[in-house]
Write a new protein. Structure first.
Length: 325
């Protein structure tokens, strides 16, 4: 199978997947109890604020997507704009278009994800090397237990614990917001621990596999300094496959900051997604969901294309990648 044909098939699969995500997201939104207009009326009544302004806004939204317009037609109205990157105005943030919100908020999420991945690598590589060189020792088992525990804890739970410890108790760090470098510490730590655990296990496994290679055994048998052999041969070759893991991991972090951003009041895409879901803001929820899905799918496509260049057998077999989807 030629690379062009392979790429064409993957792009078709990506388009079909995006359509499936859009239909599923829109359907779930319709099945959820209440809608944006109802929630606005309830909130206005609960806060004794509303009346004319709220009714006017609800009326404008009804004109835009129409309460009398069938649900399926609302979907097609939205998707017609989405194809040309025009998601229309948000319900909740009525003066702003969804694509503008995404353009403003995504760099915040991307910054958190990028720094978290770098920190995860700085933590994972030494741990992976350390445990691989002490394979089956008590140190290895104890470290791997802690690594597994770190992987099992969800990032929002880690963030909540850190807020209680470093903000509420010790008063060292702000409990949220996006005002300066100090606001990066808690979310980056919370987001990096899980990926660090995954990467540490991956480095350890790759190191152990490389240590069993004949050329490593031969280099050590010839009297080569163990440290030189480890650094020049084992570590270098063990870290090369890590590149193909970091790409999808970065994409997963950029699309998985929802709870941490909401908990720490960080104005990233995750916070807007959470607010859209809570307020039944259809355009914003659909726009962010499609954007999240696009990031994941494009990243996986790029990684798969790298695989096909490095190993044409993958292309011949129809394009399944090592990392899975």
């Amino acid at each position: 199978m030629g690379l062009t044909v392979y790429l064409g098939k993957r792009i078709v699969r990506l388009i079909l997947s995006m359509l499936a995500v859009s239909v599923l997201t829109f359907t779930l939104l319709q099945l959820a109890p209440g809608n944006f207009a109802d929630l606005q009326r309830v909130n206005s009544g609960a806060t004794n604020f509303g009346g004319v302004g709220t009714e006017s806004m609800v009326g404008e939204l009804a004109d835009r997507y129409g309460e009398d317009v069938p649900v399926w037609k609302q979907y097609f109205i939205f998707m017609k704009g989405a194809v040309v990157w025009d998601f229309g105005p948000s319900y909740k943030y009525a003066s702003r278009d969804v694509q503008d919100i995404i353009a403003e908020a995504f760099p915040v999420s991307a910054t958190l994800a990028l720094i978290a991945v770098v920190l995860a690598l700085l933590i994972a590589v030494p741990i992976g090397v350390f445990t691989a060189l002490r394979h089956n020792s008590k140190t290895d088992h104890g470290t791997m237990f802690l690594v597994t525990l770190g992987h099992a804890l969800p990032s929002y739970l880690t963030a909540a614990f850190m807020i209680l410890l470093f903000s509420a108790s010790l008063k060292w760090l702000p409990s949220g917001g996006w005002d300066g470098p100090s606001n990066l510490i808690l979310p980056v730590l919370a987001l990096s621990l899980g990926p660090a655990a995954v990467l540490a296990r991956y480095v350890r496994s790759s190191m152990l596999e490389t240590l069993r290679e004949e050329y490593v055994t031969a280099a050590l048998a010839k009297g080569g300094p163990p440290r030189t052999v480890i650094v020049r041969h084992v570590l270098r070759n063990s870290l090369i496959p890590l590149v193909t893991v970091v790409g999808p991991l970065l994409a997963a972090l950029m699309t998985g900051t929802v709870f941490v951003e909401a908990l720490l009041r960080i104005p990233g895409l995750g916070l807007y997604f959470a607010n859209a879901a809570a307020s039944r803001d259809m355009p914003l929820l659909m726009g962010t969901a499609l954007f999240f899905a696009l990031i994941l799918m494009v990243t996986n496509l790029v990684v798969d294309l790298i695989y096909t260049v490095l190993d044409p057998r993958i292309r011949a077999e129809g394009g399944g990648s090592h990392h899975g989807h």
